[in-house]
Design a protein around this ligand. Structure first.
Ligand code: WE7
Length: 157
C-alpha cells in the first residue's frame, strides 16, 4: 500500500473554520472507507489560540451534523508542515497570501483554496468568528462538505 496522502486545513486561529474542515474531511474519509489512503490535520496561521479547543459554535455545528467524536487543540503551522503535507488548504484569500509568504521555496505542499473545489462555486469560506449566531458556522460546514467531496472525487483517478 502506498503512503497516505496528507491534507492540512488552515485558517487564522485554528478554532473555527479549519477544525470544521478537518472534521468534515475525516468524516467523509471514514464514510468512504478511505482511512488507509488519507490523513488530515488542521493548524493556525498565528499562535494566539494554541492549545484551545474549537469555538463552541464550531463544536455545536459538528454535533448537529452528526460528528460527535471530533477532538482538536489549536496549533500554529510550522515550516516542516510545508514538506510533510501534500495539500495545504486555506479558507480565504488572506489565508492563501499568508501561506504563500510562510511557504519555504521548493517545498512539497500544494497551497490552495479549499473552496476552489466547491461545485457551487462558493469559493471563499468566510470567517464567522465575529458573527452573532451559528449561521456562518453552518454555512462553512456545508461549503467544506461540498468541497471535500469534490476534491476526493477528483483524486480517485
Ligand atoms: C479572530 C478570528 C478568528 C478575527 N478566530 N480570532 Cl481577537 C484576535 C486577535 C488576533 C488573532 C486572533 Cl485569531 C483573534 C481572534 C479568532 N477566526 N478572526 N479574529 C478577525 C477577523 C476580522 C478582522 C480581524 C480579526 C482579528
Amino acid at each position: 500500500m502506498a503512503e497516505k496522502k496528507k491534507v492540512l486545513m488552515i485558517c487564522l486561529g485554528n478554532i473555527c473554520r479549519s477544525p470544521i474542515a478537518e472534521a468534515v474531511f475525516a468524516n467523509i474519509v471514514k464514510e468512504k472507507g478511505l482511512q488507509d489512503k488519507w490523513e488530515v490535520d488542521s493548524a493556525a496561521l498565528i499562535g494566539y489560540h494554541t492549545g484551545k479547543s474549537p469555538d463552541s459554535r464550531a463544536i455545536k455545528t459538528l454535533k448537529e451534523k452528526g460528528i460527535t467524536d471530533y477532538v482538536h487543540k489549536a496549533r500554529p503551522i510550522k515550516k516542516d508542515d510545508f514538506n510533510e503535507y501534500d495539500w495545504i488548504f486555506g479558507m480565504d484569500e488572506d489565508n492563501i497570501d499568508e501561506l504563500e509568504r510562510k511557504k519555504p521555496s521548493g517545498s512539497k505542499a500544494e497551497v490552495e483554496l479549499l473552496g476552489k473545489y466547491d461545485p457551487q462555486g462558493d469559493v471563499i469560506i468566510r470567517d464567522p468568528y465575529y458573527d452573532d449566531g451559528s449561521a456562518g458556522f453552518h454555512k462553512a460546514y456545508e461549503q467544506c462538505d461540498r468541497s471535500v467531496r469534490a476534491f476526493l472525487e477528483k483524486q480517485k483517478n
